[in-house]
Design a protein around this ligand. Structure first.
Ligand code: SAH
Ligand code: SF4
Ligand code: F3S
Length: 446
């Protein structure tokens, strides 16, 4: 029938939803670029799509369950659609996903995205069990087709995978061993981005500090960071995430010397108790961590510091928790992401009993968050009266306020009567007039 031939000339539609960290967000940008290049068209809802992709996260159990909730909804009314599971849950669960969700036709981890075009051909040929699960690749997924979401800030992956063995963490299993990109290819991408009009770059990796240029140039992370900050047209460079063990002083020296590197370091500590850090296999003590903080605070520039905390890891006592609260007070972080410990497959902490009850984890989390909120209120109040350079990220139509982002990665909402939409993407000076726990408010200064 004519309908069958028609199918071949019609453009196939896809929908993609992304969970998890910035690395996943950027992977999706590359996947979208690849799909568009293969002639597929992106649509905004799964209902309109023939191909439905979920790029998944497995960092905590709740994150992992999200994809199965989504898939469950389509168990009955997903007819005619093709489902693909990408990312960390795909890598972790592999072919088991076909059993849990029989309407899924493709399972592919991040180390196999280079093979997406061939996998799509297999799908089109009617193969209902397409997999990309190999982790023993030393390639990083580089594509010239990346379709970026944000018109001003662009991500660049500099290192994939993780060679650490933190006792609670799935990432070494879901993203495989560390593979660094050559410095030449990172710089080339930064130059291209600048030529395309991007002014801010965020370097990505699970542990950017262990970046090691595989080419003869042999740059380390501090050198790479500095050189990206020297690319013409790039006004801001950020990086995430740093592992304290591999965080070296030359990174701070680079920030101090190069005004295009942002005043912000995200340095996950996880716990303020050396005993807990040892149990978590974090490879540093509280004192060693505080040494890194001392370097950052000794910088000439005022560098914002943020962190991640896990509460309720097996064996955590009231004394350990008190040590964490005390560390928060010592460091005075600008922001903290805190999580309840979640037991994860493959990890070494799986052998430990997860003995702290959920209500107790909730209580500890609330303590950490309230403690930190008070710190942020104090810290942010100190900005009132200061003038900060902001990248304008958008306009909140409801309040009439422009949304600005400071070098320290603080949100600074401000008034600029009469400004036009073209302000978005520009850098402007804003005087801070008020401060809350999570953001600053100000007014444009001419
Ligand atoms: N590579 C980064 C972190 C990646 S995961 C680093 O080394 O810091 C982001 C954060 O999730 C971690 O810093 C940790 O605080 C949290 N996290 C990771 N595994 C977790 C688990 N099993 N339960 C609760 N939180 C977890
Ligand atoms: Fe996970 Fe630790 Fe690697 Fe970070 S450094 S990704 S927490 S194993
Ligand atoms: Fe999640 Fe994978 Fe990132 S587990 S946090 S999406 S590396």
């Amino acid at each position: 029938m004519g309908g069958a031939t028609l199918q071949y000339v019609q453009v196939k539609t896809f929908y993609i939803e992304t969970f998890g960290c910035q690395m996943n967000a950027h992977d999706s940008e590359k996947v979208i670029g690849t799909l568009l290049d293969q002639g597929y068209r992106q649509v905004p809802t799964p209902d309109e799509a023939e191909l439905v992709f979920y790029n998944t996260c497995s960092i905590r159990d709740k994150a992992e369950q999200k994809v199965f909730h989504r898939l469950d909804k389509f168990k009955r009314d997903g007819k005619g659609k093709t489902f693909a599971v990408l990312g960390c849950v795909a890598q972790q669960e592999g072919e088991k996903i076909f059993e849990k969700a029989p309407h899924v036709s493709m399972v592919c981890g991040s180390a196999s995205y280079n093979q997406l075009p061939q996998m799509l051909v297999q799908l089109e040929a009617g193969n209902r069990r397409v997999t990309g699960l190999s982790l023993d690749t030393d390639e990083t997924f580089e594509t010239p087709m990346t379709r970026r979401d944000n018109p001003h800030r662009a991500y660049i992956t500099i290192i994939e995978g993780c060679d650490k063995k933190c006792a609670y963490c799935v990432v070494p299993f879901t993203r495989g061993p560390e593979r660094s990109r050559t410095s030449a290819s990172v710089i080339r991408e930064a130059r291209q981005l600048s030529a395309m009009g991007y002014s801010e770059i965020q370097l990505l990796g699970q542990n950017v500090n262990s970046y090691q240029d595989p080419s003869p140039a042999g740059w380390d992370f501090a050198k790479l960071l500095d050189e990206v900050g020297r690319v013409e047209g790039i006004r801001r460079v950020r990086f995430t995430t740093s592992h304290p063990r591999d965080f070296v002083k030359p990174i701070i020296d680079a920030i101090d010397a190069n005004p295009f590197l942002c005043n912000h370091v995200h340095l996950p500590v996880q716990s303020g108790s050396t005993r807990m850090l040892e149990a978590m296999q974090r490879l540093y003590t509280r004192e060693e961590y505080l040494q890194r903080i001392a370097w950052i605070k000794a910088a000439r520039r005022s560098i914002a510091i943020t962190t991640d905390i896990i509460v309720g890891f097996p064996g955590e006592t009231e004394t350990d928790l008190a040590a964490t609260l005390d560390l928060l007070s010592d460091v005075e972080y600008d922001s903290v992401f805190s999580f309840k410990y979640s037991r994860r497959p493959n990890t070494s902490a799986l052998a430990l009993e997860d003995h702290i009850p959920e209500e107790e984890k909730i209580r500890r989390l609330a303590l950490v968050q309230e403690h930190q909120r008070q710190i942020q209120i104090r810290r942010n109040a100190a900005y009132v009266g200061a003038v900060e350079e902001c990248l304008v990220e958008g306009l909140n139509k409801a309040t009439g306020q422009w949304i600005g982002r400071t070098s320290q990665y603080k949100t600074l909402n401000f008034l600029y009567p009469g400004a036009e939409e073209s302000l978005i993407g520009q850098y402007v000076d804003v005087r801070v007039t008020r401060a809350g726990a999570n953001s600053l408010v100000g007014e444009y200064v001419s």
